[in-house]
Design a protein around this ligand. Structure first.
Ligand code: PEP
Ligand code: MN
Length: 264
């Protein structure tokens, strides 16, 4: 179901009435790793909506390495997301880690993120296939392209055609960068499937000073969009602080991407 049948075969996924991905316009999703407070999300939404960022991100159910790390705000965080989304007209994407979390997330958010750590959680893939909302499917930590494509196939075969693939870096031997951004996979996925493909340079590199050049490279490779972590006070971020852009840096990056997109 995910296979491209002819070169022009391309799915457009709608996040809202006015925001979509897979068509002419580059989709840029911005926001913090984790929703921390309504003041934080208000600041992010205000600054990003003025910078032609079309959607917001923010985790409320967080897949943390340590069980002692902050696990996310849950329903309270979903309420914050829904509130800023409505007031700024920006659709929101947030992660679901379990079947039980699908219902609340469907109620409050516009797009469900299925994170790297769950890319081969087959029961979750099947349930998300029946959720009736667009899905952002992130590549597993060491998933092959074939495994990634088959994970998307699970969602489509269970009834949900609104799937966006996200390359977010894969594990390799060098830990200077958090992961290795696989831009070859972006090109391959665009050739193999008709689904929109976006790139998350933040989780790929893990260091804020490396994010902007890779974001531009992703656009030059034909990515349909980007999802980038940014925060009002990056160094104070409760998770992934090292990779968060400041809001001014995010605004500058967005402006610098438009000419690259126009040239592709
Ligand atoms: C995230 O988007 O904050 C996240 C946890 O991403 P990934 O699943 O790619 O690690
Ligand atoms: Mn993160």
């Amino acid at each position: 179901l995910v296979t491209k049948s002819h070169p022009e075969h391309q799915t457009i996924v709608k996040l809202s009435e006015t925001v979509s991905v897979g068509g002419e316009e580059l989709l840029i999703i911005g926001g913090p790793c984790t929703v921390e407070s309504s003041a934080q999300m208000e600041t992010v939404a205000r600054q990003l909506s003025g910078a032609s960022v079309q959607a917001l991100r923010g985790g409320v159910y967080k897949p943390r390495t340590s069980p002692y790390s902050f696990q996310g705000m849950g329903i309270e965080g979903l309420e914050i997301l829904a509130d800023v989304s409505r007031r700024y007209g920006l659709p929101v994407v947030t992660e679901v880690m379990s079947i039980a979390q699908i219902e609340p997330v469907v109620t409050y958010a516009d797009m469900l993120q299925l994170g790297s750590r769950n890319m081969q959680n087959f029961e979750l893939l099947k349930a998300i296939g029946q959720a009736g909302k667009p899905v952002l499917l992130k590549r597993g930590l060491s998933a092959t392209i074939e495994e990634f494509v088959m994970a998307a196939e699970y969602i489509l075969s269970h009834g949900n055609p609104h799937v966006v693939l996200c390359e977010r870096g894969i594990r390799s031997f060098d830990n200077y960068t958090r992961n290795v951004l696989d831009l070859g996979a972006v090109v391959a996925l665009k050739q193999l499937t008709h689904l929109p493909v976006i790139v998350d340079p933040s989780h790929a590199v893990g260091k804020r000073e490396l994010v902007a050049p890779l974001a531009k490279a992703a656009v030059a490779c034909g990515a349909d969009g980007l999802i980038i972590e940014c925060h009002p006070q990056p160094e104070k971020s409760v998770s992934d602080a090292r990779q968060a852009l400041s809001l001014p840096d995010m605004v500058d990056l967005v402006a610098s991407l438009r000419p690259v997109a126009a040239a592709v």
